[in-house]
Design a protein around this ligand. Sequence first.
Ligand code: SAM
Ligand code: SF4
Length: 328
Amino acid sequence: MGLLIDKYGRELTYLRLSVTDRCNFRCYYCMPEEGMKFVHRSHLLSFDEMYQLASLFCSLGISKIRITGGEPFVRTGIIPFLRKLSQLPGLDEITITSNGTLQQRHIQALREMGISKINISLDSLDPDRFFHITRRDSFATVMSGIHDLMDAGFDVKLNCVVAENKNIEDILPFVALTKDYPLAVRFLEEMPFNGQETFTGAQWTYREIYEHISSAHPEIEKLPSEASSTSVNYKIPGYKGSFGIIPSFSRTFCGTCNRIRLSATGELRTCLYGPPVTNLKDVLRAGANVETLTQEILAAVANRAKDGFAAEAGNTVSLHESMSVLGG
Ligand code: SAM
Ligand code: SF4
């Protein structure tokens, strides 16, 4: 067993590492169309610092790292960093979350370093709705990128944030897509992290999404999930792929959550809904040695909130922050 165990007995084995706050999209649920202020490069963890911290996390029990952002592939130097990370002792798996526009020329390199799982965010199968949601005209690029990833043998998940007046018409077509493709579609409840104070609650929660799908497909089967999975998974008998629903706003999975997040600027969060508990870049740049950094991380984990509601109650600083800043 690792050392990252909170006071409720949950062991943290999964680090979500954000490599940048920048993005080439402007998804409405993540950031405003204009006026995003991205941090100066000097405030970002360098890749060397990220590697140093990832290495420390792995020595404490992290075995899986998800690379996220912002859009991870906009950061120059990401591929050499991933190559180095892929050789880190104790790290069993690296996965990536991306908007699917920029990975194309890196497919072979990713496969060579043993990365085989990628989540692509895709909220609509209709080019106009896609544009309305992302504010970018990149539907064709993302779709062809998804096909190329599948052809190259990647295990592809599609992340779809469900919201009224945005993409309800897409829910059943996404399920239909799993008939012929081995895709795992994940429907997410919308969360407040859009970089503005406009969020009034998720109208489409797990229950609404489930009922919408099951009334069209009464034959759906529940699939077994890993104990720490945030997604409740289903499939339609005979279909190649599957789909799942993530109660990201209802937060019914907190009791088994095994995640910890490091933002691109070094902020450590033990819950997405909570404030940063420390800034490891600042600690590192102040000259801390491994023991001091370890104490900082262990103290943060020990004080982890019981669930996302308790974390939210103690959060006065970052409840309306953009997901691109928090590291989705
Ligand atoms: N740019 C990459 C992407 O979009 O996949 C990685 C970063 S993005 C912040 C990570 C994930 O967070 C995406 O799947 C995105 O859909 C999700 N996300 C962002 N803002 C969200 C929100 N307010 N509610 C629910 N999910 C959100
Ligand atoms: Fe960019 Fe991802 Fe946020 Fe969309 S969800 S704006 S692709 S970081």
